[in-house]
Design a protein around this ligand. Structure first.
Ligand code: FMN
Length: 143
C-alpha cells in the first residue's frame, strides 16, 4: 500500500487541525498515512514513502524553527520524484506555504499547489484540507 508522511509544526493547533483533516483525505483514497508533530518525526519516517506533506504555522514570516531544522536534515534523504505538498495556517501574511513548497521542489519532489488557511480552519477550511489530501493521494496513484 502506498504511504504518505505528514509532518507539521504548530504552536496553537491550527496547523495540527489541518494536518488531521489532510490525513483523513489521504486515507479516504486507500493510502496509509503516518502523521507526526515535527518534535516526534525522524528521518527514518521518510524511508519508503510515496508522498511527503509538510505543514507549519506562520511566525514572524518564517517557517517554524523545528520544521526548518527537519527540512534541512531531510535534504540528505533521496526523495526525488516523490509527491509533495505544503500547508500552512497564517494570520496576515501568506509566504510560508511557498517557502516550504519551494524547498520541496528544490529537493526534486513533485509538488502540488500548497494549501493556506487563515487561523483555525472552520468547516469549509476542513473540507479544503480533506480535498488537499485527496489531491495528493490521486497524484500518487497517477489518477
Ligand atoms: C508571535 C506570533 C507571530 C506571528 N507571526 C505571524 C506572521 O508573521 N504572519 C502571519 O501571517 N501570521 C503570524 N502569526 C499568526 C499565526 O500564524 C496564526 O495564528 C496561525 O494560525 C498559527 O498556527 P498554529 O496554531 O498552527 O501555530 C503570528 C502569531 C504569533 C502569536
Amino acid at each position: 500500500m502506498p504511504k504518505v508522511a505528514i509532518i507539521f509544526d504548530s504552536a496553537t493547533h491550527h496547523t495540527e487541525t489541518m494536518a488531521n483533516a489532510i490525513a483523513d483525505g489521504v486515507r479516504s483514497e486507500g493510502i496509509e498515512v503516518r502523521i507526526s508533530h515535527v518534535h516526534e518525526a525522524k528521518l527514518k519516517d521518510l524511508e519508503g514513502i510515496d508522498g511527503l506533506v509538510l505543514g507549519s504555522g506562520t511566525y514572524h514570516h518564517e517557517i517554524m524553527p523545528a520544521l526548518e531544522v527537519f527540512m534541512e536534515q531531510a535534504k540528505n534523504v533521496n526523495l526525488k520524484g516523490k509527491v509533495a505538498g505544503a500547508f500552512c495556517s497564517y494570520g496576515w501574511s501568506p509566504e510560508v506555504v511557498d517557502l516550504i513548497t519551494n524547498r520541496l521542489k528544490g529537493y526534486g519532489l513533485e509538488t502540488v499547489e500548497g494549501l493556506l488557511i487563515h487561523e483555525k480552519p472552520d468547516e469549509a477550511g476542513l473540507e479544503k484540507c480533506k480535498q488537499f489530501g485527496i489531491i495528493i493521494a490521486k497524484k500518487i496513484k497517477g489518477e
